[in-house]
Design a protein around this ligand. Sequence first.
Ligand SMILES: *[C@@H]1O[C@H](CO)[C@@H](O)[C@H](O)[C@H]1NC(C)=O
Ligand SMILES: *[C@@H]1O[C@H](CO)[C@@H](O)[C@H](O)[C@H]1NC(C)=O
Ligand SMILES: *[C@@H]1O[C@H](CO)[C@@H](O)[C@H](O)[C@H]1NC(C)=O
Length: 180
Amino acid sequence: MALTLTKLLLFSFLVSSTVLTAKSKLLTSKREKLTRFLVYVHDQNAGSNATTVNVAQASTTNQSATSFGLVGIFDDALTMGPEMSSKNLGRLQGMVAFASRTEVAVLMSMNFVFTKGKYNGSSLTVVGRNLLFSKVREMPIVGGTGLFRLARGYVQTSTYLFDPNTGLLVLVYDFSVYHY
Ligand SMILES: *[C@@H]1O[C@H](CO)[C@@H](O)[C@H](O)[C@H]1NC(C)=O
Ligand SMILES: *[C@@H]1O[C@H](CO)[C@@H](O)[C@H](O)[C@H]1NC(C)=O
Ligand SMILES: *[C@@H]1O[C@H](CO)[C@@H](O)[C@H](O)[C@H]1NC(C)=O
């Protein structure tokens, strides 16, 4: 009985180590590299062409100084430079949920979708906490597709411009991403 168990363990060890070797060959065939780049995001939160919409809120959200319980969806333009007329790179699509009862802090879950330029066809996924009134906000990069397969890293964002009259918010996202 004990011998059978030992054989079984040995067998499963051999199988799993073979799988691991195959996987690590795949990963080491290309070297992981660090890429740093900036993109700008144009978020229009008012008017008929708003790129952010509120989709849900709690019955108490209107009484909350931090909008606790508010959930929004956005589909913003991604550009190379701060002007809307600069080269378009794709879209930033995701969800924002006001998740703090005491601070203006949101949970963001979003995809940077590249449809132009050298990252065309690739995407990066960012999930994290964003303390909206801090000068620089940092969030983790949790993955990616295409050129960004197996991505990990962090992104720092700050407000480039906010026009309260038009509702236009321009943000800069500064990526530091490891990928293969
Ligand atoms: C909204 O977008 C449409 C189509 O791009 C455009 O014709 C219209 O002028 C825009 N409206 C506003 C208020 O910007
Ligand atoms: C909260 O306020 C908004 C904007 O004034 C209003 O449209 C909405 O009906 C209110 N919701 C509740 C649940 O009171
Ligand atoms: C982006 O990639 C798609 C799919 O490969 C291709 O059809 C499209 O022409 C490319 N666009 C640019 C601007 O390179």
